[in-house]
Design a protein around this ligand. Structure first.
Ligand code: SIN
Length: 337
C-alpha cells in the first residue's frame, strides 16, 4: 500500500528544501566579488583616467577574487549632473568629481574655486594634507557621501574664440563653467556671461560657437580637443581643478573591515600615482597643444596678470561667510610655507 506523506512530513520536507536553497544562494553570493563601479567624465589619458585604471589594476592583482573594479570613463555611465545622486542610490560606488561640482552638497568646498588662491600644486598639497584640508573630506557625511582622498588635475587656463590678454577682452563673452557659484561670480566679475554645462557638452558648444570660451586644465583641453576649436588659450593659472574621490557612507562603511583597508591602500597608491601624472601631464599637454599649432598659447606679462588678479580676487569677499575667513586665510597661507 502506498503511503501518503503526512502534512507534518510534507512541511518538514518543504522546510529542508527551502533551507538548502537559501544556503546555496548565500554561498553563491559570498563567492561573488564585490563590484565597485567607478564613474568619471574625462578621457582615459588624463590624471583621473590613468588613476582610475591604476586602481582597477591594483585591485585585480591583489583582490581579484574578492573585489572587481569597473571603470566607466567619458561620462559613459553617469555625467556631472547625476553621478552623486546615483551614488546615493547605490548605482555607482566610486567617483571623483571636480571639487567645483560639490556645491549642492556643501558650501565649504567652494574654497577651492576661489580665483588666485593657490600659486601652485605644492601649495595645494600642503593645504590638502593639513588638518583643515583633511577635515573637508568629511564635509558631506550628513548627505551620505564620504571623501576618500584628493586627486590633482592642475591649474586652469582660459580658452577663447578671441585673444584674452586683459580682463576687458572677456567682457560680454559666454563662458562654460562647472556648476559652482564661485565660478559664476568669477565670470560675472569680468562682465562675461557664465553658463553651467556638463563637461560632456563642452566640445560641441565650442565647436558650434554656442559659447565663446571655457576654463580648464591643459590635460582636459588637450584630451578633449578643445584646442582644435578654440584658437586662443591664455595661460592664466587663475584657478584650481582638483578632485575628491567619494563613495557613499553606506557602501564604504558596509564593506568588511579587511576589504575596506585593502581597497583604501590601493586607492591611496593610485592617488599618489595620479598626482604625479597630473604634474607631468600639465607640461606635456601644454607642449602638445603648442606643437599642434591649432591654438595660440598667450603668455601674460606680470602687469597683465595683475589685472586679472585685481578683478577676480574680490570674489573671495562674496563667499567669505559661507566658507569662513579663517579657512580662506589658512589656504592662502600655504603659498608662503
Ligand atoms: C573633470 O576634469 O572631471 C571635468 C572638468 C570640467 O567639467 O570642466
Amino acid at each position: 500500500m502506498r503511503r501518503t506523506p503526512s502534512a507534518l512530513a510534507l512541511a518538514a520536507l518543504t522546510l529542508a528544501a527551502t533551507t538548502a536553497s537559501m544556503l546555496t544562494t548565500s554561498i553563491a553570493n559570498a563567492a561573488d566579488p564585490i563590484v565597485i563601479k567607478f564613474s568619471h567624465v574625462v578621457a582615459e589619458n588624463t590624471p583621473k583616467g590613468l588613476m582610475a585604471n591604476k586602481f582597477k589594476a591594483l585591485i585585480a592583482e591583489r583582490m581579484g577574487d574578492k573585489v572587481l573594479v569597473e571603470v566607466y570613463p567619458n561620462s559613459q555611465l553617469f555625467g556631472d549632473d547625476n553621478v552623486l545622486e546615483a551614488m546615493q542610490l547605490g548605482d555607482v560606488q566610486l567617483a571623483a568629481p571636480a571639487l567645483s561640482k560639490f556645491s549642492r552638497y556643501t558650501d565649504l568646498i567652494a574654497l577651492y574655486d576661489l580665483p588666485f588662491l593657490f600659486e601652485d600644486l605644492d601649495a595645494v598639497d600642503r593645504f590638502q594634507q593639513s588638518e583643515q584640508g583633511q577635515a573637508m573630506l568629511d564635509a558631506m557625511k550628513k548627505k551620505g557621501l564620504i571623501g576618500l582622498g584628493y586627486l590633482h588635475n592642475g591649474m586652469k587656463q582660459l580658452s577663447s574664440s578671441q585673444p584674452l590678454r586683459v580682463p576687458e577682452d572677456a567682457r560680454g563673452l559666454k563662458f562654460r563653467i562647472m556648476a559652482s557659484p564661485v565660478l559664476e561670480a568669477q565670470f560675472k566679475a569680468l562682465d562675461a556671461a557664465p553658463l553651467k554645462k556638463p563637461f560632456s557638452e563642452v566640445f560641441t558648444l565650442l565647436q558650434t560657437r554656442a559659447i565663446d570660451g571655457q576654463e580648464n586644465t591643459w590635460s582636459n583641453i588637450y584630451s578633449k580637443k578643445f584646442h582644435e576649436v578654440q584658437p586662443y588659450i591664455t595661460e592664466t593659472n587663475h584657478g584650481l581643478l582638483d578632485y575628491m574621490v567619494v563613495s557613499s557612507n553606506e557602501f564604504w562603511n558596509g564593506l568588511p573591515d579587511d576589504v575596506r583597508a585593502d581597497v583604501k591602500a590601493a586607492l591611496d597608491e593610485s592617488l599618489a600615482y595620479g598626482n604625479q601624472i597630473a604634474r607631468d601631464k600639465a607640461d606635456e599637454d601644454r607642449q602638445a597643444i603648442i606643437d599642434s599649432k591649432r591654438s595660440e598659447v598667450i603668455e601674460l606679462t606680470p602687469e597683465q596678470r595683475a589685472q586679472w588678479v585685481q578683478i577676480m580676487k574680490p570674489v573671495w569677499k562674496q563667499f567669505e561667510k559661507e566658507i569662513g575667513a579663517e579657512l580662506i586665510e589658512a589656504a592662502y597661507a600655504t603659498n608662503q610655507q
